[in-house]
Design a protein around this ligand. Structure first.
Ligand code: S3P
Length: 169
Protein backbone atom coordinates (compact mmCIF):
# COMPACT_ATOMS: atom_id res chain seq x y z
CA UNK A 1 0.00 0.00 0.00
CA UNK A 2 1.45 3.36 -0.98
CA UNK A 3 1.12 6.42 1.20
CA UNK A 4 -1.26 9.07 -0.10
CA UNK A 5 -0.33 11.85 -2.51
CA UNK A 6 -2.12 15.14 -1.77
CA UNK A 7 -2.29 17.69 -4.58
CA UNK A 8 -2.80 21.22 -3.36
CA UNK A 9 -2.78 24.54 -5.17
CA UNK A 10 -4.97 27.32 -6.44
CA UNK A 11 -8.14 26.78 -8.46
CA UNK A 12 -7.39 26.08 -12.11
CA UNK A 13 -3.91 24.68 -11.60
CA UNK A 14 -5.08 21.26 -12.81
CA UNK A 15 -5.24 19.26 -9.56
CA UNK A 16 -8.15 17.04 -10.60
CA UNK A 17 -7.07 16.40 -14.18
CA UNK A 18 -3.45 15.78 -13.23
CA UNK A 19 -4.43 13.79 -10.13
CA UNK A 20 -6.53 11.37 -12.20
CA UNK A 21 -3.57 10.77 -14.53
CA UNK A 22 -1.13 10.23 -11.67
CA UNK A 23 -3.51 7.76 -9.99
CA UNK A 24 -4.03 5.85 -13.22
CA UNK A 25 -0.32 5.61 -13.99
CA UNK A 26 0.67 4.58 -10.47
CA UNK A 27 -2.23 2.16 -9.98
CA UNK A 28 -3.59 4.22 -7.10
CA UNK A 29 -7.14 5.35 -6.36
CA UNK A 30 -8.19 8.94 -7.15
CA UNK A 31 -10.38 11.11 -4.97
CA UNK A 32 -11.38 14.74 -4.94
CA UNK A 33 -12.38 16.62 -1.78
CA UNK A 34 -14.76 18.98 -3.63
CA UNK A 35 -16.59 16.07 -5.27
CA UNK A 36 -16.83 14.29 -1.91
CA UNK A 37 -18.25 17.38 -0.18
CA UNK A 38 -20.84 17.68 -2.96
CA UNK A 39 -21.75 13.99 -2.77
CA UNK A 40 -22.07 14.01 1.02
CA UNK A 41 -24.10 17.22 1.23
CA UNK A 42 -26.19 16.62 -1.89
CA UNK A 43 -25.43 20.24 -2.83
CA UNK A 44 -23.07 21.87 -5.30
CA UNK A 45 -20.19 23.96 -3.93
CA UNK A 46 -22.00 27.10 -5.17
CA UNK A 47 -25.18 26.09 -3.33
CA UNK A 48 -23.23 25.51 -0.13
CA UNK A 49 -21.65 28.98 -0.35
CA UNK A 50 -25.01 30.59 -1.26
CA UNK A 51 -27.33 28.83 1.14
CA UNK A 52 -24.88 28.34 4.00
CA UNK A 53 -21.50 30.11 3.97
CA UNK A 54 -17.79 29.59 3.43
CA UNK A 55 -17.29 28.51 7.03
CA UNK A 56 -19.80 25.68 6.63
CA UNK A 57 -18.00 24.60 3.45
CA UNK A 58 -14.59 24.64 5.20
CA UNK A 59 -15.93 22.49 8.00
CA UNK A 60 -17.32 19.90 5.55
CA UNK A 61 -14.03 20.00 3.64
CA UNK A 62 -12.04 19.21 6.78
CA UNK A 63 -14.43 16.36 7.70
CA UNK A 64 -13.92 14.85 4.25
CA UNK A 65 -10.14 15.27 4.51
CA UNK A 66 -10.07 13.43 7.82
CA UNK A 67 -12.18 10.63 6.38
CA UNK A 68 -9.92 10.29 3.33
CA UNK A 69 -6.81 10.26 5.44
CA UNK A 70 -7.88 7.05 7.17
CA UNK A 71 -7.22 5.30 3.85
CA UNK A 72 -4.01 4.68 1.92
CA UNK A 73 -3.02 4.34 -1.74
CA UNK A 74 -4.92 7.49 -2.74
CA UNK A 75 -4.12 10.43 -4.97
CA UNK A 76 -6.17 13.25 -3.45
CA UNK A 77 -7.11 16.39 -5.35
CA UNK A 78 -7.98 19.07 -2.79
CA UNK A 79 -9.96 22.31 -3.02
CA UNK A 80 -7.68 25.33 -3.46
CA UNK A 81 -8.56 26.79 -0.06
CA UNK A 82 -8.11 23.63 1.99
CA UNK A 83 -4.76 25.00 3.19
CA UNK A 84 -6.29 27.92 5.08
CA UNK A 85 -8.09 25.80 7.66
CA UNK A 86 -5.84 25.39 10.65
CA UNK A 87 -4.59 21.82 11.01
CA UNK A 88 -5.25 20.66 7.45
CA UNK A 89 -1.64 21.01 6.28
CA UNK A 90 -0.51 18.86 9.20
CA UNK A 91 -3.18 16.22 8.52
CA UNK A 92 -1.99 15.88 4.93
CA UNK A 93 1.70 16.03 5.75
CA UNK A 94 1.41 13.19 8.22
CA UNK A 95 -0.47 10.96 5.82
CA UNK A 96 1.63 11.32 2.70
CA UNK A 97 3.38 13.52 0.18
CA UNK A 98 2.19 17.05 -0.26
CA UNK A 99 2.60 18.43 -3.78
CA UNK A 100 1.68 21.92 -4.99
CA UNK A 101 0.53 22.74 -8.50
CA UNK A 102 1.19 26.38 -9.41
CA UNK A 103 0.28 28.52 -12.42
CA UNK A 104 0.40 32.21 -13.21
CA UNK A 105 -2.70 34.25 -12.23
CA UNK A 106 -3.24 35.12 -15.90
CA UNK A 107 -3.16 31.47 -16.93
CA UNK A 108 -5.50 30.53 -14.09
CA UNK A 109 -7.89 33.27 -15.17
CA UNK A 110 -7.86 31.97 -18.76
CA UNK A 111 -8.59 28.43 -17.58
CA UNK A 112 -11.50 29.27 -15.30
CA UNK A 113 -13.05 32.50 -16.55
CA UNK A 114 -16.17 30.83 -17.99
CA UNK A 115 -16.72 28.53 -15.03
CA UNK A 116 -19.51 29.72 -12.73
CA UNK A 117 -18.90 26.91 -10.24
CA UNK A 118 -16.25 28.78 -8.24
CA UNK A 119 -18.15 31.08 -5.87
CA UNK A 120 -15.06 32.95 -4.61
CA UNK A 121 -14.34 34.20 -8.12
CA UNK A 122 -17.83 35.50 -8.96
CA UNK A 123 -16.65 39.06 -8.32
CA UNK A 124 -16.20 42.15 -10.45
CA UNK A 125 -12.49 41.65 -11.01
CA UNK A 126 -11.67 37.92 -10.83
CA UNK A 127 -8.04 38.38 -11.91
CA UNK A 128 -7.39 40.74 -8.99
CA UNK A 129 -9.12 38.32 -6.64
CA UNK A 130 -6.99 35.44 -7.95
CA UNK A 131 -3.82 37.47 -7.28
CA UNK A 132 -4.99 38.45 -3.79
CA UNK A 133 -5.93 34.90 -2.78
CA UNK A 134 -2.68 33.45 -4.16
CA UNK A 135 -0.72 36.06 -2.22
CA UNK A 136 -2.60 35.22 1.01
CA UNK A 137 -2.14 31.48 0.54
CA UNK A 138 1.42 31.49 -0.78
CA UNK A 139 2.99 30.65 2.61
CA UNK A 140 1.06 27.36 2.54
CA UNK A 141 1.48 26.62 -1.15
CA UNK A 142 5.26 26.95 -0.95
CA UNK A 143 5.57 24.86 2.20
CA UNK A 144 5.17 21.45 0.58
CA UNK A 145 7.40 18.57 -0.54
CA UNK A 146 7.41 19.55 -4.19
CA UNK A 147 6.07 22.29 -6.48
CA UNK A 148 5.10 21.83 -10.12
CA UNK A 149 4.81 24.96 -12.23
CA UNK A 150 2.04 24.09 -14.70
CA UNK A 151 1.61 27.37 -16.60
CA UNK A 152 3.13 26.01 -19.79
CA UNK A 153 2.59 22.33 -19.19
CA UNK A 154 0.01 19.85 -20.38
CA UNK A 155 -1.73 17.74 -17.71
CA UNK A 156 0.25 14.66 -18.79
CA UNK A 157 3.57 16.53 -18.52
CA UNK A 158 2.63 17.66 -15.00
CA UNK A 159 1.63 14.09 -14.11
CA UNK A 160 4.98 12.77 -15.40
CA UNK A 161 6.85 15.30 -13.28
CA UNK A 162 4.94 14.26 -10.16
CA UNK A 163 5.53 10.58 -10.86
CA UNK A 164 9.27 11.26 -11.25
CA UNK A 165 9.31 13.12 -7.94
CA UNK A 166 7.40 10.42 -6.08
CA UNK A 167 9.62 7.73 -7.57
CA UNK A 168 12.76 9.48 -6.36
CA UNK A 169 11.41 10.64 -3.01
C1 S3P B 1 -11.87 27.02 -3.43
C2 S3P B 1 -11.51 26.15 -4.44
C3 S3P B 1 -12.45 25.22 -5.05
C4 S3P B 1 -13.58 24.86 -4.08
C5 S3P B 1 -14.22 26.09 -3.55
C6 S3P B 1 -13.23 27.02 -2.82
C7 S3P B 1 -10.85 27.96 -2.89
O1 S3P B 1 -11.77 24.03 -5.45
O2 S3P B 1 -13.07 24.08 -3.03
O3 S3P B 1 -14.83 26.78 -4.62
O4 S3P B 1 -11.07 28.51 -1.79
O5 S3P B 1 -9.81 28.15 -3.54
P1 S3P B 1 -10.80 23.92 -6.74
O6 S3P B 1 -9.44 24.39 -6.33
O7 S3P B 1 -10.81 22.46 -7.05
O8 S3P B 1 -11.41 24.74 -7.82
Amino acid sequence: MKKNIYLIGFMGTGKSTVGRLVAEKLGMEFCDTDAMVEAKSGMTISEIFDEMDEEAFRSMETDVLKEITEKKNLVVSTGGGIVVTKGNMEIMRQAGSLITLMASPEQIFERIKDDKGRPLLQVESPLDEIKKLIFDRAPFYINTDYIVETTEMSPSEAAEEIIRFVGNA
